[in-house]
Write a protein that binds this ligand. Structure first.
Ligand code: NAD
Length: 487
């Protein structure tokens, strides 16, 4: 324990950066606050361009040896990281819940096991990553995945460790070294990950963690000429700034951004299923990029759907995310709550009607809200709120449903409820979305491509798509008798 150690719900967390296998403090700190009750958790090192440059230098120095490490050894170490995560699931869960307010039971049972799985999956995928050799007029083509180099990974607060490791695991598997910059509203589990990785035997400098405000460390990381990849999950305005900053070096970017995804409910759907899918959209207090926040319901069943939705939503318990019976926790920060409420109040002023909610409960919690009487071109239908705020519109034909579904600048996901397989196929083919769920929601497999169209992102993550991004893919063409005249 040092003066830089916090005890968070009984767990020791180092508040400094992790650079080149050492803890490094900054001269200044920022205050980390728990969304559960607004209490101060502690002071965290506030990185500057200096620490950003040191972290990139450490990643650059560690790169040649890590890139040359055999696939089998890299995979072994990633499995050891997964073991470390599994051993500390309880600690990671309570620290994450304290830091970002998402449900403790979800962290324990779903999210943290999934964090371990991220490492195992990409370790195993690496071992079977192949491209069959092929011939061109007797020449052999051989495709290889060469590690690209130091990678900067920048992540948001809504699922901190899950989203960070979704990038860290494939980047490390690919043979890249990493500088991770977690969000300033949820910095703690990234620090624990550094401990776990070091204990698992990951060499110094292969994973570095820099804490701080994006506006202060971000540019130094994303404009650095030694950085070979930038993977970012977060909002559209930040993505624009990062793209500008990366442009000088033409650093390849992967961008996972926001959404305004639709849930289309056709009259032929199993309405109980449709309502279950709809109520799920309040998960994580609505702070889910993939959330289907726009309900588009066929006119003939809209009244019945709304009645059943209201009934079901009333059974949800909102409160302390550490309690087993809680369904909806707090929002991340009073500032986020203000933003959410401002969206809702503007919508109400523009003529929307709150079927439920429409107001904050206190400084940390927002009442689950459903708004109707909203126009397609209104702000509340077009912009991502990132809170427990859903809208409901009706349609009368399939064409209209597709038109409304596609009529935003986003294209992350879409969910359909219908009993008609042909309709599902027809509608899916017309939807602009990286993922379409038919009669289900949030079923995710790391083999599958994940990402968004339009302003929801650039590129895809998952399986081979992740390796395509983190590697410099090389094709080697060897002549027929290539060795004959060359000794
Ligand atoms: P944000 O863009 O404000 O911040 C994300 C990260 O970027 C943070 O770590 C922040 O410190 C950093 N950052 C800020 N300015 C920066 C700069 N100039 N240079 C470099 N880094 C900078 O986003 P947020 O509010 O933390 O997250 C919410 C957003 O993330 C929502 O829009 C949500 O939809 C999106 N999101 C998308 C996905 C996805 O997979 N598509 C997943 C989760 C969240």
């Amino acid at each position: 324990m040092t003066e830089h150690t916090l005890t968070v719900a009984g767990v020791a967390v180092d508040t400094r950066h992790w650079i080149g296998g050492r803890r490094v403090a900054s001269a200044e700190t920022f205050t980390d606050v728990s969304p559960i009750d607004g209490s101060v958790i502690g002071e965290i090192s506030r990185g500057t361009a200096l620490e950003a440059a040191a972290a990139v230098a450490a990643a650059k120095a560690a790169f040649p040896a890590w890139a040359a490490t055999s696939r089998a050894e890299r995979a072994r170490i990633l499995h050891a990281v997964a073991d470390g995560v599994e051993k500390r699931i309880e600690e990671l869960s309570i620290v994450e819940t304290t830091d970002n307010g998402a449900l403790l039971r979800s962290h324990r049972r779903g999210v943290m096991p999934r964090v371990a799985h991220n490492f195992r999956f990409f370790a195993d995928w690496l071992l079977k990553l192949e491209h069959e050799d092929f011939e061109t007029r007797g020449h052999t083509n051989h495709v290889s995945w060469d590690p690209a180099g130091p990678s900067v990974l920048i992540t948001p607060w809504n699922a901190p460790l899950m989203l960070a490791t979704w990038k860290v695991a494939p980047a490390l598997a690919a043979g890249n070294t990493v500088v991770l910059k977690p969000a300033e509203w949820s910095p703690l589990t990234a620090s624990l990950l550094a401990d776990i990785a070091a204990e698992a035997g990951l060499p110094a400098g292969v994973l570095n963690v820099v804490q701080g405000y994006g506006s202060e460390v971000g540019d130094a990381l994303t404009s650095h000429p030694d950085v070979r990849r930038i993977s970012f999950t977060g909002s559209v305005p930040t993505a624009r700034r990062i793209a500008e900053s990366a442009a000088g070096n033409l650093t390849p970017l992967s961008l996972e951004l926001g959404g305004k995804s639709p849930l289309l409910v056709f009259a032929d759907a199993d309405l109980d299923l449709a309502v279950d899918l709809a109520v799920e959209q309040y998960d994580n207090a609505g702070q889910v990029c993939l959330a289907a926040t726009r309900f588009l319901v066929e006119e003939s069943v809209a009244e019945e759907f709304t009645r059943r939705f209201v009934e079901k939503a009333a059974t949800l318990t909102q409160g302390d995310p550490r309690h087993e019976t809680t369904d909806i926790g707090p929002n991340i920060h009073p500032r986020q709550l203000e933003k959410i409420d401002a969206f809702v109040q503007r919508a109400l002023a523009a003529g929307a009607r709150a079927v439920i909610g429409g107001h904050r409960k206190d400084t940390q919690y927002y009442a689950p809200t459903l708004l109707t009487d909203v126009a397609q071109d209104s702000e509340i239908v077009q912009e991502e709120v990132f809170g427990p705020v859903l809208t409901l519109q009706t349609f009368s034909t399939e064409e209209e449903a597709v038109r409304l579904a596609n009529d935003t600048r986003f294209g992350l996901a879409a969910t359909l409820a219908t009993a008609d397989a042909e309709r599902a196929e027809r509608v899916t083919a017309q939807l602009v979305a990286g993922t379409v769920w038919v009669n289900c929601f949030f079923v995710r497999d790391l083999q599958a491509p994940f990402g968004g169209s339009r302003h929801s992102g650039v590129g895809r993550e998952g399986g081979t798509w992740s390796f395509d991004f983190y590697c410099d893919v090389k094709n080697t063409v060897t002549a027929p008798n290539g060795w004959k005249n060359h000794g």
